[in-house]
Design a protein around this ligand. Structure first.
Ligand SMILES: [Zn+2]
Length: 454
C-alpha cells in the first residue's frame, strides 16, 4: 500500500500507521501544506517520517524462541516470558528482564545480544522447564544423570514404604506401637532392610525419610481413597442401589455410623460394599439423615437412583413420622424401607427364648459355664490339656448375635464328658469359692432340664 491516508478533523489530528505506531503529524499541521478545504488534514506516508524497524525476520530461523511484537517493535523470548509470568525461575539469579518483561529493542549488535541471551543460564533453564512441562518429565532429571539415579533410588524406597504400609493396613494390623521402636511399621521396615541395602541407607538418613506420622496418614488416606474410587466405579456402573446404615458405640465410647451400599452387578450377583465409618455427634433422626445425604453427595451417588434403605428398628431410623426412612422417602418415594432381616431374626430368637423359662435358664447356665472355663488362664490350660479335639474347643456365646449361639452350645455338647470331668476335678481339688462354683455347674449338668433343653 503506497499511499496510506487517514482523514481527521484538524483539531483532533491523530493517525495510526500500518504497524500500529502513532506517527507525529505536527510538522504537517505547522506547514499547512496538506490541509484540505474542509478542514481535514491528509496524512501520508510521505509526509510523516516513520522510524524504520531494525528487526530482521530471518533471525527467527536462527533463534526459534523469538516472539516479535510488531506494535512495540520489540523482541520477547517466548520461553523466558512464559516462565517469568508463571514465576517458575528457581536456579537463575541473573534474569534478563528485557526478553521477558519489557521487550528487547537494543538493535545495536542485535545478533550478538540474541546469541548472548540464548547462552544465558536463565534462558537454558526456561527452555528445559518449557520442554519438561510439555513432555511431563522432571527437570532435575534432565539437569544431571546423578540426580536421575538418586530419584530412581528414592522412588524405590518410597514404594517400599508404601507397600509395607499397605500390607499392615490390609492385614488389619496396628501401624504404631507404644514407641517408634516397637511399632509394627518400623519393625517391618527393618526386616525388609535385611534384603534391601538401599532401604537401609534410606532409613539411616537424618531427614526426609517419609516415615513421619503425617506422611503415613497421608499415604493411608490416598490408599483408602483409591479403594473407594474403585468401589464407586462398580456402584455407579450398576446405577441403582440401596443403603444399609447402622449406628453403634465404639471402644472409645464414640458414636459411629456405618454405611454400606447394596446393588446388583452385571452378572446379577448381589454385592454389598462397605463405604466407611463416620463419627456422629447426635443419634437423632435429622443429623443421621443429613449424614446419609452428605455421604451420597460426596460419592456422587444421586438419591434418585436409590431404590432401598435398610436399617434396624429404633424410632430414629425406622420411625414412621420422623425417622430417617420417612425423611428419605419424602425425597425419593421409590426408596423402599426394609427392616434389617438379620436384626428381625435376632429379635425373634431373643423374644422366643425369653418366653420359655427352661430355655432362658439353660442359656444363662451355658453362658456362665463357658465363661468359668475361658476367663481364667489357669482353668483354660487345665481344660485344653484334657485331650479335646481343638476344632471343638469351647466357644463364647455371642452377646448380640443370637443366631450364632448355636456354635457355643454345640461346643459344650460335643465335649459333654470332658466338661463334666473338668468340673469334677476342679470341685474336688479347689477348696475355695471356685471349687464350690464348679460343683454347682456339675450338679446343673446332671439335671433333666440341662440335658434335654439343650
Ligand atoms: Zn530466553
Amino acid at each position: 500500500m503506497d499511499k496510506f491516508i487517514i482523514r481527521r478533523k484538524c483539531d483532533n489530528v491523530a493517525s495510526v500507521s500500518d504497524d500500529g505506531a502513532r506517527p507525529s503529524v505536527s510538522g504537517a499541521v505547522r506547514d499547512n501544506k496538506n490541509i484540505d478545504s474542509d478542514g481535514t488534514v491528509a496524512v501520508t506516508k510521505n509526509t510523516v517520517p516513520r522510524k524504520k524497524s531494525c528487526y530482521q525476520p530471518s533471525w527467527k530461523q536462527q533463534f526459534t524462541w523469538i516472539d516479535y511484537n510488531k506494535v512495540k517493535d520489540v523482541i520477547f523470548c517466548k520461553n523466558c516470558r512464559h516462565m517469568f509470568e508463571e514465576n517458575r525461575f528457581q536456579f537463575s539469579h541473573k534474569i534478563k528482564k528485557p526478553f521477558m518483561e519489557t521487550g528487547f529493542s537494543n538493535w545495536k549488535k542485535g545478533v550478538e545480544k540474541l546469541k548472548a541471551h540464548e547462552a544465558s543460564g536463565c534462558h537454558r533453564e526456561a527452555v528445559l522447564k518449557f520442554k519438561s512441562l510439555k513432555s511431563n518429565v522432571n527437570v532435575f532429571s534432565q539437569i544431571s544423570k546423578e540426580k536421575l539415579t538418586q530419584m530412581k533410588e528414592n522412588r524405590a524406597c518410597l514404594l517400599k514404604i508404601i507397600s509395607s504400609l499397605r500390607y499392615l493396613a490390609a492385614q488389619g494390623l496396628a501401624i504404631r506401637g507404644h514407641t517408634e521402636e516397637t511399632s509394627n511399621f518400623d519393625n517391618l521396615l527393618r526386616l525388609r532392610c535385611e534384603d534391601n541395602q538401599l532401604l537401609l541407607i534410606w532409613l539411616q538418613r537424618e531427614t526426609y525419610k517419609w516415615t513421619s506420622h503425617d506422611v503415613l496418614n497421608e499415604i493411608l488416606a490416598i490408599l483408602s481413597h483409591e479403594i473407594l474410587r474403585k468401589l464407586l466405579e462398580d456402584i455407579k456402573r450398576a446405577k441403582y442401589l440401596a443403603i444399609i446404615a447402622d449406628e453403634t458405640t465404639d471402644i472409645a465410647n464414640k458414636e459411629q455410623f456405618s454405611i454400606c451400599i447394596r446393588f446388583v452387578d452385571a452378572s446379577l450377583e448381589i454385592e454389598e460394599y462397605f463405604l466407611g465409618l463416620y463419627s456422629i455427634q447426635s443419634t437423632t433422626a435429622k443429623p443421621l439423615f443429613d449424614i446419609i445425604i452428605d455421604i451420597l453427595r460426596r460419592f456422587d451417588l444421586p438419591t434418585s437412583n436409590c431404590r432401598g434403605q435398610c436399617f434396624d428398628g429404633p424410632a430414629n431410623m425406622a420411625g414412621l413420622y420422623n425417622g430417617v426412612q420417612t425423611n428419605f422417602m419424602e425425597m425419593e418415594k421409590r426408596a423402599m424401607f426394609v427392616h434389617c432381616l438379620a436384626h428381625c431374626f435376632n429379635r425373634t430368637l431373643q423374644d422366643t427364648v425369653k418366653a420359655v423359662p427352661e430355655c432362658r435358664s439353660a442359656l444363662d447356665v451355658m453362658k456362665g459355664l463357658i465363661h468359668f472355663v475361658i476367663d481364667s488362664p489357669k482353668r483354660l490350660d487345665l481344660f485344653t490339656h484334657m485331650e479335646i479335639d481343638a476344632s471343638t474347643n469351647l466357644k463364647l456365646l455371642c452377646a448380640t448375635r443370637w443366631a450364632v449361639r448355636f456354635l457355643a452350645m454345640s461346643s459344650v455338647l460335643s465335649n459333654y464328658t470332658e466338661v463334666k470331668e473338668f468340673f469334677l476335678n476342679v470341685s474336688r481339688n479347689d477348696k475355695s469359692a471356685t471349687g464350690a462354683k464348679a460343683n454347682g455347674f456339675l450338679i446343673n449338668m446332671h439335671t433333666y432340664d440341662f440335658f434335654f433343653v439343650y
